[in-house]
Write a protein that binds this ligand. Structure first.
Ligand code: MF3
Ligand code: CO
Length: 248
């Protein structure tokens, strides 16, 4: 369980999360039609290293690159490639992790490339809203399932579906710690949230059905029905009634 109470540890996790957000901002400026996902990965890796951090995902369970880039029907864990070129109208999930001074930070955004369809735009908006609502439920005394309850309610009210085969997670000295943070479920179940608990809250939202599968590369998760998918993630620390969004 990632729980920080010492000021020194909190400062470390804030620093890793600051680097993650810096990478996401710089990538958002850089991504345009014609750019390869390998070039995006290289930019992200360079910034992480220039900040004295290590890319959390590189070599994690054999993952081969620093950043995950998941386009359109790809949900998460897309592997950057020199052959994959960003196009006008794409929605591009960028997922970044950085490790420094003993702590990880983890966050993702989904970028709209130029003019995207109205459905794609609405999907991405609802996904960001779901991340906000999930975070707003991460208050002291609530339970872990209150987060997924809030996410699912909003997503389904908008006619989309929440991925169930993958979940958010505790984070801290390791990238993935207890507890799991599902994006669905009933309210009022699971562990009670305590101040200092670090969570990666990360709704994955499909325009069509919830089912996903993994491509033959062993990593890329795609929607089963080929519909669009969006992903938004922040690392937060439970802090009374106002969660601190560390990767804001
Ligand atoms: N944000 C993702 C997660 O929390 C990224 C992990 S990619 C991996 O699971 F390569 F590190 F597995
Ligand atoms: Co994560």
């Amino acid at each position: 369980m990632g729980i920080v109470t010492l000021e020194r540890d909190i400062a470390s996790v804030r620093e890793s999360c600051r680097i993650v957000r810096k990478v996401l901002s710089e990538i958002a400026q850089f991504v345009n039609p014609g750019v390869t996902t390998a070039a995006i990965n290289a930019l992200g890796k360079d910034i992480i290293r220039a900040e004295g951090a290590v890319p959390s995902f590189l070599n994690y369970n054999g993952y081969p690159e620093a950043i995950c880039i998941s386009i359109n029907r790809e949900v998460v864990h897309g592997i950057p490639s020199a052959k994959r070129i960003i196009e006008e109208g794409d929605i591009v999930g960028i997922d970044v992790g950085a490790y420094k001074n003993g702590y990880h930070g983890d966050a993702a955004d989904t970028l709209l490339i130029g003019e995207v369809s109205s459905e794609a735009k609405r999907l991405v908006e609802v996904t960001y809203q779901a991340r906000e609502l999930g975070i707003a439920a991460a208050i002291q005394g609530n339970r872990i399932s209150d987060i997924g309850f809030a996410v699912q309610k909003h997503v389904e009210a908008n006619g989309f579906s929440v991925v169930r085969q993958l979940v958010g997670h505790g984070i801290g000295r390791k990238l993935h710690e207890k507890p799991q943070v599902p994006n669905y479920g009933k309210a009022g179940n699971g562990i009670k949230l305590r101040n200092g608990l670090l969570l990666a809250i990360e709704p994955m939202v499909n325009a069509g059905a919830a089912e996903v599968r993994v491509l033959l590369d062993g990593w890329t998760v795609v929607t089963d029905d080929g519909s669009l998918s969006a992903h938004a993630e922040n690392t937060i620390m439970v802090n009374g009634n106002t969660p601190e969004i560390l990767t804001a």
